[in-house]
Design a protein around this ligand. Structure first.
Ligand code: AMP
Ligand code: MG
Length: 338
């Protein structure tokens, strides 16, 4: 009898444990001006999730260009005045941003801030700047005017009015930091999504790759143009449909072409990048500005990195290295592997 009870208890424990590990801890919050959702599997999932939310909030306060207190706010308010001491994390991100500004030929531009601020596409009273206003701002966005001194731990903007904006890279960085927190808690399976910067830890609970959708531009959220089967990597998407306002029937979105000062008009509706780290995929998703040909050429030169680009003329251009992981779900599109 006693033996039988032991067996029942043992079976119950196994049942409860496996039940626990299959049911994720889930949360959805608004942080960094976007939706943050977490799905975490494992014993310590809740503690990991709570710590992760705290970390994202902390990064927002340090890195935001809108909040007055953090490193970027201090850097921007001292533009043309003096060096500003900043945290190690900020230095790392500024250096990374300079690297991506360089290798994208300025399509990703860390000093795009003055234009982003003027366009302010999410404001209720957003309007189209005059060509004269744009012309006045363009001389402020030369990314080489950001000077980072790693030994001194400082950064500086050379001209008054210049503004660094980490909006195109910080969410990716935050998603990498979140995965590090999950790992520290012994988590082996999890998904973090910070406004389209998706970090994937391990594989799905069924032991298969995670299936991640690529949004069909212009359709209901959650309607996918394609599905990617991915493990242990990051996927970041920049899309014209994410944030925009409409004026006289024309869409003005949040990804600015630093060459013109206007929202990028490269024939792409979205650019999704797969890379080992989200800080990289986030920055690289700004190949949105470069368009398909130049964008794909750049991505093909970066190891372990792939792209899925959706064009206005209904094509999906996918790098060859993603062929076995790509599945078309919206038949309106034609697929081209390159
Ligand atoms: P994402 O959310 O990753 O699509 O990045 C868009 C955000 O990056 C914008 O809201 C701006 O803050 C910033 N941004 C806009 N245009 C650029 C650009 N050309 N280079 C770097 N950052 C940009
Ligand atoms: Mg992004």
């Amino acid at each position: 009898m006693k033996h039988a009870i032991h067996i029942v208890l043992l079976i119950l424990t196994i049942f409860i444990l496996s039940g626990c590990s299959q049911k994720p801890y889930q949360s959805t919050e608004q942080i960094m001006g976007t939706i943050v959702s977490q799905s975490i599997y494992g014993r310590d999932a809740q503690a990991a999730g709570i710590e992760a939310s705290g970390k994202i909030r902390e990064l927002e306060s340090v890195l935001s260009f809108h909040l007055k207190t953090g490193d970027i706010a201090k850097l921007n308010s001292n533009a043309g005045i003096e060096d500003v001491p900043v945290r190690k994390e900020t230095l790392f991100l500024l250096e990374k941003s300079l690297h991506y500004s360089e290798i994208t030929g300025g399509s990703f531009n860390i000093l795009v801030g003055p234009l982003v601020k003027r366009w302010n596409v999410t404001a209720a009273d957003a309007d189209v700047p005059s060509p004269a206003e744009i012309r006045k701002l363009l001389p402020l966005i030369h990314y080489k005017d950001l000077i980072v001194n790693e030994t001194k731990g400082t950064a500086r903007l050379l001209k008054k009015g210049q503004m660094a904006d980490l909006g195109g890279i910080a969410k990716g960085y935050a998603s990498d930091e979140v995965l590090a927190i999950y790992r520290k808690h012994g988590i082996q399976k999890a998904i973090i999504d910070i406004g389209g910067n998706i970090g994937l830890l391990g594989s799905s609970p069924e032991g298969k790759p995670w299936r991640v959708g690529v949004q069909s531009p212009g359709k209901e959220r959650g309607e996918y143009a394609a599905i990617l089967s991915l493990t242990d990597c990051s996927l970041s998407t920049s899309g014209a449909y994410e944030r925009f306002f409409k004026k006289n029937g024309k869409i003005y979105h949040h990804i600015i072409d630093p060459a013109t000062g206007y929202p990028a008009d490269s024939g792409l509706l979205s650019a999704s990048i797969i890379a080992p780290m989200s800080v990289d995929s986030d920055a690289l998703s700004k190949i949105f500005v470069m368009g398909a040909d130049r964008g794909i050429a750049l991505i093909k030169n970066i190891p372990d990195t792939g792209a899925v680009l959706i064009t206005r003329d209904k094509r999906i251009i996918v790098t060859e290295n993603l062929k076995s992981r790509f599945e078309l779900t919206d038949k309106e599109f034609r697929v081209e592997f390159r």
